[in-house]
Ligand binder design. Structure first.
Ligand SMILES: *Cc1c(COP(=O)(O)O)cnc(C)c1O
Length: 436
């Protein structure tokens, strides 16, 4: 089918996510027929460098031969079996490896299929834990301003992005949002660290008063993705851990976007040397191949549910929990980290890209240029009211997949991007910026 034909039919048959469908009248969806490495190919023979890893999920490029062959092997053995009453090798191996890789004594992997469900699981487990402990007043959650944790009703309640949330407010539980440590809000002359510590005091003041009815603080460690790749100093996480400990409040680390090397360490929490009570992972977990998410928790939490009574258990499930194919893709993804020493090789790539971006950093339209691990972001100074779409279209014309968040342009490339591709990316972004 031609690009046009497939695209027309998609607009009728498919209701696309996070999309005003009417806008497709002007810019129809692009039908992708093939992916290879960092490149996506459409049915008209155009290609696009996937500089945002297909909504932050892809780690090692499209159709990676090693992950493909692991999946082929798994397909010939077992595609799926229910995870209540049954188990299988991929889910056991994956849980053991995640437990070893993650900070502290986290383990006891509870699976779902998407990020929002991982958030739901962590919130429910936290609440339920306090119920089991007799602290039945602990029913509230707190989160950070501009935080994003998914869009199901429970996850949306702790999210603070008005565009996604406002209309549904009557359906949502009230959540108190703490000031964000996003360093763009620091006072002139105030360092990101000082700013992080200053807003951590406000967290402490809140919990000093409200800890008795607060179950958990949920946050995105180091980078608030949907907020526009807002970055903050790890000192905030360290203080938040201390404050949560002091006031008997769980700390839920939503590393759905930042986990698996995105911030330069395997998990962002490592940079603050903290262990959260719950660690939520998804997106890159399966290399971006298949829907899979997981919540890791501590032996202490696990024990609170370990009981003779069924009603004392965590009675939550998803049909595809621990899907064998998805777990196998995740195992292959972890193999690639080990075999190719990815954390170290990403450091070299990041420093190469940082050198290339000198021209962007000094571009008159660019503000707040920032980098953390394998994520780059900057604001574009523009009076185009439809900047996001304008930039997206101009990028496509230059064979780039880039989808700004408001006026924030960001790069979140697959880890296999090479020097030529990085050069191509930066050169074309500079050309696009010159047109604004
Ligand atoms: C993407 C994301 C989610 C939601 O994951 P879905 O798979 O889209 O439901 C939650 N938290 C963060 C930080 C995310 O980036």
């Amino acid at each position: 089918m031609s690009n046009k034909n497939l695209s027309d039919r998609s607009q009728q048959a498919v209701w696309h996510p996070c999309t005003q469908m009417k806008q497709h009248e002007n810019l129809p969806p692009i039908s992708i027929i093939k992916g290879q490495g960092v490149w996506l190919y459409d049915s008209d023979g155009n290609r696009y460098l996937d500089a945002i890893s297909s909504w932050w999920v892809n780690l090692f490029g499209h159709c990676h031969p090693y992950i493909n062959s692991a999946l082929n092997d798994q397909l010939s053995k077992l595609e799926h079996v229910m995870l209540a009453g049954f188990t299988h090798e991929p889910v056991v191996l994956l849980s053991e490896r995640l437990s070893k890789l993650s900070p502290g004594d986290l383990g006891h992997c509870f699976y779902a299929s998407d990020g929002a469900s991982a958030t739901e699981i962590a919130l429910k487990m936290s609440f339920h834990y306090w119920q089991q402990c007799g602290l039945t007043q602990k029913t509230d959650f707190i989160s950070l301003q501009n935080g994003y944790h998914g869009e199901t009703l429970g996850a949306l309640a702790v999210t603070d992005v008005a565009l996604f949330k406002q209309i549904y407010a009557p359906l949502l539980r009230h959540t108190q949002h703490m000031p964000s440590p996003d360093w763009r809000n620091a006072l002139p002359g105030e360092s990101p660290k000082d700013y992080a510590l200053r807003v951590a005091n406000e967290l402490e003041n809140y919990l000093a008063e409200h800890h008795a009815h607060t179950a958990a603080l949920i946050l995105e460690p180091l980078i608030q993705g949907a907020a526009g790749m807002a970055m903050y100093h790890p000192a905030y996480l360290k203080r938040a851990r201390e404050i949560c400990d002091k006031y008997q409040v769980h700390l839920i680390a939503d590393e759905i976007a930042v986990g698996f090397g995105r911030t330069g360490t395997m998990f962002a929490c490592e940079q603050a040397s903290i262990t959260p009570d719950f660690l939520c992972l998804s997106k890159g977990l399966s290399g971006g191949y298949l829907p899979l998410s997981v919540v890791l928790t501590s032996p202490n939490t696990f024990q609170a549910f370990y009981h003779d009574k069924t009603s004392q258990a965590f009675l939550h499930s998803h049909s595809h929990s621990g899907n064998a194919l998805a777990c196998r893709a995740a195992l292959a993804t972890l193999d690639l980290f080990e075999q190719n020493n990815i954390i170290a090789s990403n450091r070299a790539k990041a420093s190469y890209l940082n050198q290339l971006t000198q021209s962007l950093q000094s571009h008159p339209r660019v503000k707040n240029f920032r980098n953390c691990g394998m994520i780059w972001a900057f604001e574009v100074i523009t009076d185009d009211p439809d900047f996001t779409n304008t930039f997206f279209k101009k990028a496509l014309d230059k064979q780039l997949l880039l989808r700004p968040l408001g006026n924030t342009v960001y790069f979140m490339p697959p880890y296999i991007i090479n020097e030529d591709e990085m050069t191509w990316l930066v050169k074309n972004v500079a050309l696009i910026l010159d047109t604004f």
